[in-house]
Design a protein around this ligand. Structure first.
Ligand code: BES
Ligand code: MN
Ligand code: ZN
Length: 504
């Protein structure tokens, strides 16, 4: 898809469809009159007066313009009450308009952003609108072979404005939105791709493509190298599968060599059957998404490089399948982790924390300024928080605050759960240093308590994305299925890293 910025007045621009937003409580004559002239203004007023469109949030309406302006259609997108507007709603509103255009079979849409009275900058609004529109029309179609000609695709999104100063901001915002949305698409594609085509080796191959960028390098450890290092927690999980495990190390160097990196760690379970503690078969196919944390980390590195952020960032993705093969881990097995600490495997389905344990230990090599891990770690998190929020636990207040702020800005919000000492009791083992589950109660917390044993003293935050990584139903700008959650959160966090609280 192409993003184009054009200088011009919306009333003179020959678009297939021009998107105009409207608040629920805006008064007639609408702002549209100012941009599209009195005739179109009256047309819109008519639609409103007839009750067909009130400007309710995510509501859309299509108008056919006839003569007064060259644009053939106006797509109205409702923003809800003016006082409630935020960038999250704007993303959703533009996603709705873009989906509407796609449903009509249009190949392009044109946006004109009316900042008047919104209290927002043109830059923020453009970024949110484009991001929302692009993310909203994501579709995963490579495996559809029948009637491919019926797949509707928006090929171009154009933003028009006639003011030079605004155009400068719009260009900058469009560039950022395009990079970020591309990274989210990348993550969604990886997660949507079935386990037979997204093995650990396939993930490693995707990482190698990311490393074709300037300042990005990649290293992939194979099983022999992991054995040599002593990553037996990760290798333990991999034992039940014939697919060789991979440990992916992506490094982006945007700052000087000596500067401590931010290390991102993503769970890369390319398929989680549960292993010997096998999962029920209902919905098990969704467990191809158990590498969503790894995909988000890879997407974030990709965007950091494309935005040339002035930071050093490392991405670590331990990648394996969790299958019940003849050589698989058994409940009761004890593993010696890369850290040297021993783990009693009580439940082979609590495999994410095992592979993350070794990755978090590996992270310490970089003397990181901070470590952030993302993982579809616990069903308990999905049960506790649903699919609207990421569970956050960690040991560093200022890192948590950074992530919280990035969450509010991107709509990829986080909610903190406590990591108190009391919970650490639950993962003590009678025979080893720790056991890999603490029982059903407080499952999100005991999982994080387990991870904390492998982070040393460095600032660390764990993000449990089990809820929002995969959707059973569409959201305003995330079609059902893979969301790519975490990419925008991480990228925003990195963009703001060296800034004070000033919005990016
Ligand atoms: N990948 C799952 C967690 C998960 C479940 C993510 C549902 C998304 C949707 C993880 O490996 C897992 O199986 N966790 C177990 C842990 C338990 C055995 C302590 C769980 O949540 O049941
Ligand atoms: Mn599992
Ligand atoms: Zn898992």
């Amino acid at each position: 898809m192409k993003i184009e910025i054009k200088k011009g007045k919306p009333a003179e621009y020959p678009a297939e469809a021009i998107v105009l937003t409207r608040f629920e409580d805006s008064e007639a004559p609408a702002g549209a009159t100012r941009f599209l002239g009195a005739t179109i203004g009256a047309l819109i007023d008519d639609v409103v007066k007839n009750g067909d469109f009130q400007g309710k949030l995510y509501q859309t309406a299509v108008l056919y313009t006839r003569d007064p302006i060259p644009a053939r259609r106006v797509i109205l997108a409702g923003l809800g009450p003016k006082k409630d507007l935020d960038m999250e709603k704007l993303r959703g509103a533009y996603a709705g308009a873009a989906r509407q255009a796609r449903a009509l079979g249009l190949k392009e849409i044109t946006l004109f952003l009316d900042v008047h009275d919104t209290g927002q900058t043109i830059r923020q609004m453009t970024e949110a609108a484009l991001e929302g529109a692009i993310l909203g029309i994501y579709q995963f179609t490579p495996y559809k072979t029948l009637e491919r000609e019926k797949i509707k695709i928006i090929e171009r999104i154009t933003v028009v404005d006639d003011k030079d100063d605004a155009l400068k901001e719009i260009r900058a915002a469009a560039k950022t939105a395009e990079v970020v949305a591309h990274a989210v698409y990348f993550a969604r594609d990886l997660v949507s791709t079935p386990g037979n085509d997204m093995t650990p080796s396939d993930m490693a191959q995707a990482a190698r493509r990311i490393a074709e960028r300037k300042r990005v390098s990649v290293k992939v450890l194979d099983v022999a190298q992991m054995k040599k290092l002593g990553m037996h927690a990760l290798l333990g999980v991999a034992r039940g599968s014939d697919e060789p495990a991979k440990f992916i190390i992506l490094e982006y160097r945007g700052a000087k060599r000596g500067e401590s990196p931010i290390v991102l760690v993503g769970k890369g379970l390319t398929f989680d059957s549960g292993g010997i503690s096998i999962k029920p078969s209902e919905n098990m196919e969704e467990m191809k998404s158990d590498m969503a944390g790894g995909a988000a980390v890879m997407g974030a590195i990709m965007a950091a490089a494309d935005l040339q952020l002035p930071l050093n960032v490392v991405g670590l993705v331990p990648a394996t399948e969790n299958l019940p093969g003849g050589n698989a881990l058994k409940p009761g097995d004890i593993l010696k982790s890369f850290s040297g600490q021993t783990i009693e495997v009580v439940n082979t389905d609590a495999e994410g924390r095992l592979i993350l344990a070794d990755a978090l230990t590996y992270a310490q090599r970089f003397q990181p300024a901070a470590v952030i891990d993302l993982a579809t770690l616990t069903g308990a998190c999905k049960i506790a928080l649903g699919d609207h929020v990421i569970g956050m636990l960690g040991n560093d207040g200022s890192l948590k605050e950074k992530i919280r702020t990035a969450g509010e800005r991107t709509g990829e919000r986080v909610w903190e759960l406590p990591l108190w000492e009391d919970y650490h009791e639950l993962i003590k083992s009678d025979v080893a240093d720790f056991k890999n589950t603490g029982g059903r109660a407080g499952g999100v917390i005991t999982a994080a308590a387990f991870l904390s044993k492998f982070v040393g003293a460095c600032p660390w935050v764990h993000l449990d994305i089990a809820g929002p990584a995969w959707l059973a139903k569409d959201k305003p700008y995330a079609p059902k299925g893979a969301t790519g959650i975490g990419v925008r959160l991480l990228v925003q966090c990195l963009r703001d890293w060296k800034r004070d609280a000033a919005p990016a």
